[in-house]
Design a protein. Structure first.
Length: 118
């Protein structure tokens, strides 16, 4: 069974950058659609980005377009969320997920906290 582990969270000043790895075990990441989501305190879970299994299609939420990217390293079986120009409103727990489609994400990581100070 595929297992996902996020890391790389922490405290960063506004305008800074973070890269969140999502490392997979028990399966091959490039066989799955991968997505990144976040949940801020008191808010619903928010879709951020996804990459198809082939890597040929990538999509971003408007709230992060131009600031976040979702690179994937197949050799390391890891997908990343590269976050630049961070804002205080980006403060949330960030999750990666995998599935056969973006609508059927079966596997989720435990989440990693990102806090952006103003």
């Amino acid at each position: 069974q595929l297992q996902l582990v996020e890391s790389g969270g922490g405290l960063v000043h506004a305008g800074g950058s973070l890269r969140l790895p999502c490392a997979a075990s028990g399966g091959i990441l490039c066989s799955y659609v991968m997505g990144w989501f976040r949940r801020a305190p008191g808010k619903e879970r928010e879709f951020l980005a996804r990459i198809t299994s082939s890597g040929g299609s990538i999509a971003y939420a408007d709230s992060v377009k131009g600031r976040f990217t979702i690179p994937r390293d197949n050799a390391k079986n890891t997908v990343y969320l590269q976050m630049n120009s961070l804002k205080p409103e980006d403060t949330a727990v960030y999750y990666c997920a995998a599935g056969r489609s973006i609508g059927t994400l079966t596997y989720w990581g435990q989440g990693t906290q990102v806090t952006v100070s103003s």
